[in-house]
Ligand binder design. Structure first.
Ligand code: FAD
Length: 406
């Protein structure tokens, strides 16, 4: 193989570059990223980076890593087309030939069709550039309205509140983070944010952002309530970057469609990360996951496939979110669960919800309980399903189950 190109310099793209080299690929290797920074950790953008004026971006790997490993970086450049017949990608300012491709194009913020979304002082967060602008604004903001009670909106709401701002969160659904976590977890975080002094409004869809002289001054709800705002943060999810793949004739659905070894409908092209739709081995349907773990592990699988060592992707998904003083950690997918049992007490600020489908443990959501989360990863990886009664009994040592199975 002569040349592998990686499109996208996020978690998946950077991991693919590292894995290809680590696994012995010694041909030409280049990574093309629309962002001008070296690949960096994205999660801190809504966490440490936004809180502290002098916090730096955390690079995934230092510049020397790419030099030492012969990985050509094309930063600040965008792939506009893939010519599969010619084996060439077209860039905004040139073209590069390939023998194989890794698509790691990730996702971008979903821009809701709300009047006023283009006003000044309306922010959305995906990139380092977005985070720098938002951080500068938060230093002087007073009244912050957050549209969307998902992970990123809530992380930013907690930070803004702890910085002393007036904060209102508007969520259209009846509970926070409703797509992903258990109702008990939503309720816990609702109380937590209220305890910080934020105004939390559920079932409150937004009608418009109102402006004066081109700058946001209030958010109007569909019920006609006007909430004054000098800063509006909109966090209502993302859309996968699939256009270049679709225009090249690859199969796409709610993501670039891959098989279990991360191969697209063209055998020379693999894909990984937020942009990818794959058939989930346990759920039995196509999913698209948005997490660092998924991006990194899929990139490893995709690289192995390109090097002729395909393995089915079976990693247990996990994710985290930091809100105020609380760390929420999730492992597994709870979407199809039909019952749950709680270990610990929400009142103590440290508890886990274990989700079952029938007798099978499928996911665990933990609040300030890292040990349960780590154990959960091992239980799910080993397909172990502890008896729910034992899980609810804190005197029972769950670790003993792992020891027994080892
Ligand atoms: P991305 O990181 O989106 O990278 C894709 C890259 O491809 C981008 O640089 C993009 O510019 C580039 N690109 C796209 N199209 C082209 C093109 N045509 N040409 C050139 N370049 C292109 N996950 C967690 O697990 N835990 C967290 O706590 C967490 N917090 C988060 C906080 C924030 C603020 C954000 C935005 C995300 C967070 N995530 C978190 C999600 C996590 O960051 C993503 O799942 C992860 O970044 C996905 O990696 P990726 O490489 O697939 O995509």
């Amino acid at each position: 193989m002569q040349t592998i190109l990686i499109i996208g310099g996020g978690h998946a793209g950077a991991q693919a570059a590292a894995s290809l080299r680590a696994e012995g690929y010694d041909g030409r290797l280049a990574l093309i990223s629309a962002e001008s920074e070296l690949p960096y950790h994205r999660p801190p953008l809504s966490k440490a980076f936004i809180k502290t004026a002098d916090e730096e971006l955390q690079e995934l790997r230092p510049a020397q890593f790419y030099e030492k490993n012969g990985i050509d970086l094309h930063l600040g450049r965008t792939v506009t087309a893939i010519d599969r017949d010619a084996g060439r990608v077209v860039l905004d300012d040139g073209a590069l030939d390939f023998d194989a491709l890794v698509l790691a194009t990730g996702a971008r913020v979903r821009v809701p069709p709300v009047p006023g979304i283009d006003l000044g002082n309306v922010f959305m967060l995906r990139t380092a550039e977005d985070a720098r602008r938002l951080r500068a604004r938060l230093a002087v903001a007073e009244d912050v309205v957050v549209v969307g009670g998902g992970f990123i909106g809530l992380e930013l709401a907690a930070t803004a509140r702890l910085l002393g701002k007036t904060v209102t969160v508007l969520e259209a659904a009846p509970r926070l983070m409703g797509r992903v976590v258990a109702p008990q977890i939503s309720a816990f975080f609702l109380d937590m944010h209220r305890g910080l002094g934020s105004s939390m409004r559920l079932e409150t869809p937004v009608a418009a952002i109102l402006g004066e002289d081109g700058v946001a001054v209030a958010v109007e709800t569909q019920a006609g309530l006007r909430i004054p705002a000098d800063t509006v943060i909109v966090g209502v999810g993302v859309v996968p970057n699939i256009e270049v793949a679709a225009e090249a004739g690859l199969d796409v659905a709610n993501g670039i469609v891959v098989n279990e070894a991360m191969r697209t409908s063209d055998p020379r092209i693999v894909a990984a990360g937020d942009a990818v739709s794959f058939q989930h081995w346990a759920l039995g349907r196509a999913v698209r996951l948005e997490s660092v773990q998924n991006a990194v592990d899929q990139a490893k699988a995709a690289s192995a496939t390109l090097l002729g060592r395909p393995e089915p992707y079976r990693a247990v998904p996990w994710f985290w979110s930091d809100q105020g003083a609380f760390k929420l950690q999730m492992v597994g997918l709870s979407n199809d669960a039909d019952r749950s049992v709680t270990r610990g007490k929400a009142e103590d600020g440290s508890f886990s919800v274990f989700h079952y489908r029938g007798e099978t443990l499928v996911a665990i959501d933990s609040v300030n309980r890292a040990a349960d989360h780590m154990l959960g990863r091992r239980l799910l990886a080993s397909a172990l399903s502890p008896d729910p009664d034992k899980v609810a009994d804190e005197s029972f040592d769950l670790k003993s189950l792992i020891a027994k199975s080892a």
